[in-house]
Design a binder for this molecule. Structure first.
Ligand SMILES: C[S@@+](CC[C@H](N)C(=O)[O-])C[C@H]1O[C@@H](n2cnc3c(N)ncnc32)[C@H](O)[C@@H]1O
Length: 267
């Protein structure tokens, strides 16, 4: 899977080209704020699942800020996995600086997570912009399911696939006078192949190649079910979680939270 390796290079390059100041306040927020880096709806779900005493993991943890934030809910142990070695190094350093000895970070492709982690986690979570890096969600959630303990839970908070139909500011098709227009196909299959940097981390520059994949809501739900997990809750929200707020509160589904639980068997 060449795209996995080229994404690794692109994410590590994005870290090396991060805009001055990116990440500088992460430590300060982790020290001084309660559950920074999560919105209120995610916080409600995290508390409802209950992390106290659990072994938890974040898949695609980037520089670890969200997992380190979740550690405030008192899990026994936390592990963050991400393919980019320099982000993982920063995460490890942040954990040490705030004294989270029970939180560690591992650099690897999620699909290659070592078998010693199978059955280990009571809770695994993905946050915004993570599952799009995987072409085959059946493979991804099969790995998630293997890593969960029986009755372990999965939480995904991400862009709603409906947002794939909307042009965002900066794109040619974007027209601020017509914000009620869906422009792109919901059922797009081709990946996005981009070389413009990673806008929330870097300035725009000619970057290494990022390849990510569109998935419909049914793609996501069916892959979770096929991996032997039951859907416990699916919530949809009319606010954006990172692209642009221009479509907020207009009746469009812009983000979602899915909670599921591992059943005793894989289907
Ligand atoms: C947009 S971030 C998601 C995390 C967090 N919400 C954030 O905004 O930083 C996507 C992360 O996925 C990681 N990633 C991409 N492909 C991966 C793979 N095959 N295995 C593990 N991590 C991967 C990237 O390195 C990046 O840190």
């Amino acid at each position: 899977m060449d795209y996995i390796n080229s994404n690794k290079q692109a994410w590590e390059d994005a870290f090396d080209n991060s805009r001055p100041g990116w990440g500088e306040n992460h430590l300060e927020k982790l020290i001084n704020q309660t559950l920074p880096f999560f919105n209120q709806d995610v916080i409600v779900e995290l508390k409802e699942v209950g992390l106290d005493g659990k072994t938890i993991a974040q898949f695609c943890c980037n520089n670890g800020r969200e997992l380190l934030s979740a550690m405030q809910l008192n899990p026994k142990h936390g592990i963050g996995f991400d393919i980019a070695e320099n982000f993982i190094e920063q995460a490890t350093q942040m954990a040490a600086k705030i004294g989270r000895a029970n939180c560690e970070f591992i650099a690897c492709n999620l699909l290659d997570i070592d078998e010693k982690y199978h059955g280990k986690f009571d809770f695994i979570f993905f946050t915004v912009g993570a599952i799009t890096w995987f072409e085959d969600l059946e493979l991804l959630f099969s790995k998630v399911s293997k890593c969960l303990s029986p009755q372990g839970k999965l939480l995904i908070n991400d862009y709603h696939p409906f947002t794939n139909m909307l042009p965002t500011p900066g794109e040619g098709a974007y027209d601020p006078k017509h914000l009620n227009r869906a422009v792109y196909s919901y059922f797009k299959k081709e990946p996005w192949v981009e070389n413009n940097g990673m806008s929330y981390i870097t300035p725009e520059y000619h970057s290494k190649t990022f390849t990510n994949f569109p998935h419909t809501l049914s793609d996501i739900i069916n892959a979770v079910i096929h991996a032997g997990m039951s859907i416990q809750k699916l919530s949809e929200y009319d606010y954006d979680v990172g692209l642009s707020d221009v479509y907020n509160n207009k009746g469009f589904p812009l983000s979602f939270i899915l909670v599921s639980e591992k059943m005793g068997r894989e289907i």
